[in-house]
Design a protein around this ligand. Structure first.
Ligand SMILES: Cc1cc2nc3c(=O)[nH]c(=O)nc-3n(C[C@H](O)[C@H](O)[C@H](O)COP(=O)(O)O)c2cc1C
Length: 318
């Protein structure tokens, strides 16, 4: 069995230009999720609205993600997203950052059946939208999900994505797989697994462990590190290093052209385009990666990009 691969939302990385270009060049991804759309001082940030522009997302299977702390915020963000023509929304119940959780948003929803119920009633009101939920196991302890599960199970959802950590771990440390297994057994919705998938062998081991009990796998940092991962998994064949490098360069060229239109200052443009490599150190090897990250101006940086070489060696998995 081959799982559909979902590209995780990654604030600062999987923005419109990245999603569109990744889809055009690499493919293999069933759905791309936007970084969460939030309310700030009662309105949605211009940056988030730009990311949702329908003309930028046309032809790309995009799911806008929203974050809200209860019924009122949820109504507002859902209205903004629907206004832009979307009828598919993912709800963030996983963000671990205190900036969100201390206001009751993100992972804090896993510790509050009351707030989750408010979210659920908004979901039930918008019968023309297909909702999904992305959650963690809890805030502090890995069995907290149990208290919200009855509410989650009663919500009409297309699926639930689970990152088997608690908020205080952020994105590191032990994956609580026995709690994940328990949640999988309790869920009345299809479940998508998310966390620390870095290569084909991780996907194969999920297949072996869970088989068709999972409806798909969501991959975040692993896809940033190896943008070809989903396509190779779908096709069942590893691509030659030269092909991976050709597409990686094409991704870079497109993103740079996009930022040239968007960001006038060279220093800021360099800072933004360089984020493409943030998670690529294991793929490129330390030396090449450092040269990209340390280049002090655009000229030196572009020379480092031009000199890039890929071998299949640095990734033990491939
Ligand atoms: C830099 C960064 C930004 C993230 N932004 C979001 C976000 O906007 N919404 C969300 O639900 N999760 C967000 N996440 C969590 C990822 O979607 C994902 O759940 C997490 O990275 C674990 O998956 P992975 O091990 O495949 O990366 C973010 C994670 C990182 C590292």
């Amino acid at each position: 069995m081959t799982y559909p691969i979902h590209f995780a939302p990654l604030q600062g990385y999987t923005e419109d230009a990245y999603r569109r270009t990744h889809h055009a060049l690499f493919g293999g991804v069933a759905q791309y999720y936007t970084p969460f759309v939030r309310l700030e001082h009662g309105t949605v940030r211009t940056k988030d609205l730009r990311d949702l522009r329908p003309e930028y997302n046309e032809g790309v299977p995009v799911v806008p993600q929203v974050i809200a702390n209860g019924g009122e915020e949820m109504e507002q963000v859902v209205a903004v997203v629907k206004d832009r023509g979307y009828r598919r929304i993912d709800i963030n119940a996983g963000c671990p950052f205190p900036l969100q959780t201390r206001h009751g948003r993100g992972a804090a929803l896993t510790a509050s059946p009351e707030r989750m119920e408010q979210i659920a009633s908004v979901v039930r009101r918008h019968t023309d939208v297909a909702f999904s939920l992305k959650m963690r196991l809890g805030m502090e302890s890995a069995d907290e999900w149990r208290q919200v599960m009855p509410v989650v199970n009663a919500m009409p959802l297309v699926h639930v994505t689970v990152h088997p950590r608690v908020a205080k771990q952020q994105y590191k440390g032990e994956l609580h797989l026995s709690q994940f297994e328990a949640l999988l057994s309790c869920s009345s919705h299809p479940v998508i697994y998310n966390g620390e998938v870095h290569g084909l062998s991780d996907l194969q081991s999920l297949e072996k462990t869970y088989g068709d009990r999972l409806s798909g796998v969501m991959v975040g940092r692993g896809l940033l590190a190896q943008p070809w991962l989903a396509a190779e998994y779908a096709s069942g064949a590893k691509w030659p290093a030269a092909e991976r490098l050709r597409l990686l360069r094409a991704l870079h060229t497109e993103l740079l052209a996009h930022y040239e239109r968007l960001i006038p200052g060279e220093a800021q443009r360099l800072q933004k385009v360089r984020t493409l490599w943030d998670y690529l150190e294991p793929t490129l090897g330390r030396k090449q990666w450092k040269r990209l990250m340390k280049a002090g101006n655009m000229k030196n940086y572009l020379a480092a990009v031009a000199d890039l070489r890929l071998s299949t060696a640095p990734q033990a998995d491939f």
